[in-house]
Design a protein around this ligand. Structure first.
Ligand SMILES: [Zn+2]
Length: 89
């Protein structure tokens, strides 16, 4: 079952102030398709450090996927893009 958070519909003016007492990484599960094999894979994205690009091996075909994601000012996952190793991002 895919759990995909709704895009926030309320623009929080105070969203820049993020509560500092959460020490655990803000992991958000995201499901997308591998750019190599096309299988649906599950990613755990850490939103606590803002937008990032990193490499994660596909759990099906084990090839390195470039994962790029962005985070809202409230620290919620905004968008995720997956690229193959040969894509220039
Ligand atoms: Zn794959």
């Amino acid at each position: 079952m895919t759990v995909w958070p709704e895009y926030p519909t309320i623009h929080r003016q105070t969203g820049l102030h993020v509560d500092a007492d959460h020490e655990a990484p803000m992991l958000t599960e995201h499901q997308d398709r591998c750019p190599y094999c096309g299988e649906t894979i599950s990613l755990l994205v850490d939103c606590s450090d803002g937008a990032q690009t990193y490499i994660e091996d596909c759990e099906v075909c084990c090839r390195p996927i470039q994962v790029r994601f962005s985070v809202t000012e409230a620290g919620e996952l905004q968008s995720v893009d997956l690229f193959s190793e040969t894509d220039v991002i």
